[in-house]
Design a binder for this molecule. Structure first.
Ligand SMILES: C[S@@+](CC[C@H](N)C(=O)[O-])C[C@H]1O[C@@H](n2cnc3c(N)ncnc32)[C@H](O)[C@@H]1O
Length: 471
């Protein structure tokens, strides 16, 4: 580690953004992300090598102590912003850790081990920020639930003014600091507000939001950043009222984007439940919406994940009972999967286009597979790896690499199980009966990836007849 990558004389009212720009922190993290096996992980693979001598990368992103970089103003600013604290000749990590996505820096609080950070930042936040970057919002922007402030900063790169609201005070601090690190503080304001009490915010040019959407069976306690109430839309519904107030009364303008959202939704095999709410919004506000589902997981996996996060917050509930209640709740709502959708709205006539960009293979999909050939097996292995890379980060939070390996190791048995025209769920029941219940949930997702790989390699075709009589 050297101190030579920081220029000594950093002057001006706030030296932090120019100093981080000079050491290329955002570019460095983005470069790392491009080589990471999990590129949408807010903190990409910690074992990937970083450029030597990069104090900002080591200290701010990875949380390692570094020799103090030169520049008194910069040092003071790092410490006063709680990004670092001085200890002799070294700088230690402070309250905030820094990451980046598509050129924008963003902070989140460092949680003590075993605890969740107060400020939420996840894969959905990165996907949402990508949608916002592509939309290039202009004019005045209102963000509902700004969290760490990644999308807020991305929006402020093109918009004149962005107001982010949130109910978690630490999120407001994070959003303000993130905008400051990006040199965009003059265009961003972060305000405490419960969107359920916001009412009509008056006209704005663009509304954006990535609201909590995990369906949580009452009376379970769940994290504020995820809790979407009984059907997952308890925050979305008042959010849509805010959007009606903000966008509904304006005359149709250009083809500029007016709405950017990411929504999590329970779904049947082909219809996300959120579509009906979005259709009525489109009609009321004369917005044309493009709704794209880009990630889907079996409902069993979502329920397992929800139970795992709910366990520490509901210590008096027996874990097995908790999971059973969550399963029953999702089943009563008629959900077979859980999808993540991007919503882009422009002024128009109220049309909604739904694009399902997820794999067509569902756990209920029945496949007929042909005899394996050596070339076919190689092709399937390559497609399987590619499909695993598209699994939502939540999968990796739930399951480890062993679930991936065991699916590959039992591929031939699965091949045989599918041979007669079984569904993914039936094949999993046949081949993985010995696995622990949690792993059985995860293996549904990996087996769906394998089934997708077989289909892509031309070695399996869907079977569209009635379910097998026996099994
Ligand atoms: C899924 S997180 C998304 C955060 C951020 N926009 C992102 O994409 O990373 C949802 C955010 O909504 C906030 N939130 C939850 N309930 C809210 C409410 N009633 N009013 C305003 N914000 C709320 C949470 O604190 C959280 O920061």
């Amino acid at each position: 580690m050297t101190t030579t990558d920081v220029e000594p004389a950093v002057t001006g009212p706030d030296p932090i953004a120019p100093a981080l720009a000079r050491v290329g922190l955002a570019e460095h993290i983005d470069a790392l992300r491009r080589t990471s096996p999990k590129p949408l992980d807010p903190w990409p693979e910690p074992r990937l090598p970083v450029r030597p001598g990069s104090w900002a990368m080591e200290l701010l992103h990875r949380g390692q102590p570094v020799p103090s970089p030169r520049g008194a103003a910069l040092l003071r600013t790092l410490c006063s912003a709680d990004l670092a604290r001085g200890e002799g000749t070294r700088l230690m990590p402070g309250r905030w850790q820094v990451t980046a996505f598509r050129g924008a820096l963003v902070v989140r609080d460092r949680a003590p081990s075993g605890q969740l950070p107060e400020v939420y930042l996840g894969e959905d936040g990165l996907r949402f920020a990508a949608s916002v970057a592509d939309a290039r919002p202009r004019g005045s922007v209102l963000e509902l639930g700004c969290g760490a402030g990644l999308a807020t900063s991305v929006a402020a790169q093109t918009a004149a003014r962005v107001v982010g609201i949130d109910v978690v005070p630490a999120s407001l601090e994070a959003t303000a600091l993130s905008s400051r690190l990006n040199g965009l503080a003059s265009r961003v304001s972060a305000e405490w507000c419960d969107l359920r009490a916001l009412g009509d915010p008056g006209p704005v040019d663009v509304v954006m939001g990535n609201l909590p959407g995990v369906p949580v069976a009452p009376p379970l306690v769940y994290a504020t950043a995820g809790d979407g109430g009984a059907d997952g839309f308890a925050l979305l519904r008042p959010g849509l009222e805010v959007i009606r107030g903000a966008l509904g009364r304006r005359p149709a303008s250009t083809d500029a984007v007016r709405l950017v959202m990411r929504v999590q939704s329970l779904s049947t095999d082909d219809q996300p439940f959120v579509l009906s709410l979005l259709r009525s919004l489109a009609e009321d506000c004369r917005l044309d919406l493009v709704v794209t589902a880009d990630s889907r997981m079996p409902i069993e996996l979502r329920n397992g994940l929800t139970a795992r996060y709910a366990e520490p917050l509901n210590p008096s509930s027996d874990p097995a009972d908790l999971l059973r209640r969550i399963d029953d709740h999702a089943a009563a709502l008629g959900a077979t999967s859980y999808v993540s959708v991007e919503v882009i709205g422009r002024d128009g006539t109220g049309r909604v286009a739904f694009v399902d960009a997820t794999s067509p293979v569902r756990v209920t999909s029945r496949l007929v597979v042909t005899r394996p050939t050596a070339a076919g097996v190689d092709q399937v292995a390559a497609h399987y790896l590619a499909r695993l890379g598209q699994l939502p980060m939540a999968f990796w939070e739930f399951a480890g690499d062993e679930v991936v390996s065991i699916t590959a190791a039992r591929a031939r048995r699965l091949w045989t199980a599918f041979g007669e025209g079984a569904s993914v769920r039936e094949a999993v029941d046949d081949v993985f009966a010995d696995l622990a219940p949690a792993d059985r949930r995860a293996v549904l997702a990996t087996t769906a990836c394998l089934a997708d790989a077989l289909t892509t390699a031309g070695l399996a075709v869907p079977r569209h007849d009635s379910p097998r009589a026996t099994r």
